[in-house]
Design a protein around this ligand. Structure first.
Ligand SMILES: [Zn+2]
Length: 374
């Protein structure tokens, strides 16, 4: 996510905090220090208010992190890699490498987060009751009561059966399991996500018009976010499902135009880029593909170097992110296309170049498919 920094790694998962989270962190601390403590405990020093406020904000951050970690660890146990957890203004996101393969997997991963939050709610409730029993000052206990209720709110909010919230994933897993169709399950639960999003937006507007502007806007934003997320993840699931069923060999473009490694850049630009209007070409040397040459590669040269430089000197050498095999499915090609930054992958049958899959091919396919099948 843009504007994020990595704070560490747990079990190989990068933990990243988005700058937007700092707003929430600041807001919680500020509200506690300037509002809650002075009003309820006028006798304590302002510094203690700020310290307790920030400790509370950190405990909330940790609660969200543990919720996401819990999803992630179950996911890794189910064989789905998790690269990153991002904490941002609306909570946290664990970035799973792929969608679950079956409903049972999905159910386990989805329930893991709320189960952790429920456990945290019970732990914090126990701690503040225990401290109260020991006679600890109530201004020290108050932040813990907040943290425990935040965890309960996380459970309740996430268990709303609206995809892609955890509850929506649980419901999707159940429909998927009992009806056998991932597409149908995703369609039902993401339209509930859409409805829930709109409900929050209307609720937010209602709150705004009743005078509580800040809280209202907050609801509107969360609602809008959930609505967006449910729409894009629906598209995503449907497309992933579609593209896992198609093999690269049937999808690829077969008439590949490649260039010789010893051609001058002058000739490359004139006879290939301007002629065929592609943004990159595979490069061949003695019948073998040695890399790809792109517009970006050419931009590393000055204009006056074009006639005395050959293609070989500026290519992006062949690597695993640039090639797929005819038997691979299209979704693995898409993954590489978005990873390699070149916008296309070469299809290799052993040593021979047999085809190419480009981002434009994928986008056109999606456009055609969505017009014909809706
Ligand atoms: Zn969750």
């Amino acid at each position: 996510m843009k504007g994020s920094f990595v704070i560490g790694k747990i079990k190989g998962i990068e933990i990243e905090i988005n700058l937007s989270w700092l707003i929430i962190f600041g807001l919680i601390t500020f509200m506690m220090a300037t509002n809650f403590f002075p009003q309820n405990y006028p006798d304590i020093s302002p510094i203690i208010g700020w310290v307790l406020g920030s400790i509370m904000a950190i405990l909330m951050l940790l609660s969200i992190l543990l919720h996401e970690l819990s999803h992630s660890i179950v996911s890794i146990n189910q064989g789905i890699e998790v690269k990153k957890i991002t904490l941002f203004i609306f909570g946290g996101i664990a970035q799973l490498d792929k969608e679950p393969d079956n409903p049972i997997q999905e159910l386990k991963i989805a329930l893991a987060g709320p189960a952790m939050s429920l456990l945290l709610f019970l732990i914090f409730t126990f701690i503040y009751n225990f401290l109260g029993y020991l006679g600890v000052e109530s201004y020290l206990i108050a932040p813990l009561i907040y943290v425990s209720s935040v965890n309960l709110i996380i459970v309740l909010f996430n268990m709303v059966p609206a995809f892609p919230l955890d509850g929506g994933r649980v419901l999707r897993a159940l429909i998927w399991h009992f009806q056998g169709s991932l597409q149908k399950a995703t369609k039902v639960t993401s339209s509930m996500g859409n409805i829930f999003g709109y409900l929050l937006i209307f609720l937010g507007l209602y709150i705004v018009f009743n005078g509580n502007v800040l809280n209202g806007i907050w609801f509107v934003f969360i609602g809008w976010f959930i609505k967006q997320l449910s729409e894009s993840s629906y598209q995503n699931t449907i497309m992933t499902d579609l593209f896992t069923k198609i093999k690269v060999s049937t999808f690829m473009s077969k008439n590949v135009i490649s260039v010789g490694a010893h051609l001058s850049i002058e000739a490359l630009v004139e006879n290939y880029f301007y002629k065929y209007k592609y943004t990159s070409f595979p490069v061949i040397e003695t019948d073998r593909v040695i890399g790809i040459v792109t517009v970006e590669n050419i931009k590393t040269l000055n204009r006056d170097e074009w006639d005395r430089t050959i293609v070989r000197n500026i290519i992006t050498p062949i690597n695993n992110d640039l090639i797929v095999y005819p038997e691979d499915n299209v979704s693995s090609a898409i993954k590489k296309i978005f990873q390699n930054g070149i916008g296309r992958v070469l299809v290799m049958d052993g040593e021979t170049l047999t085809g190419i899959v480009s981002r434009t091919d994928i986008l056109n396919y999606i456009r055609i498919h969505s017009q014909l099948e809706e």
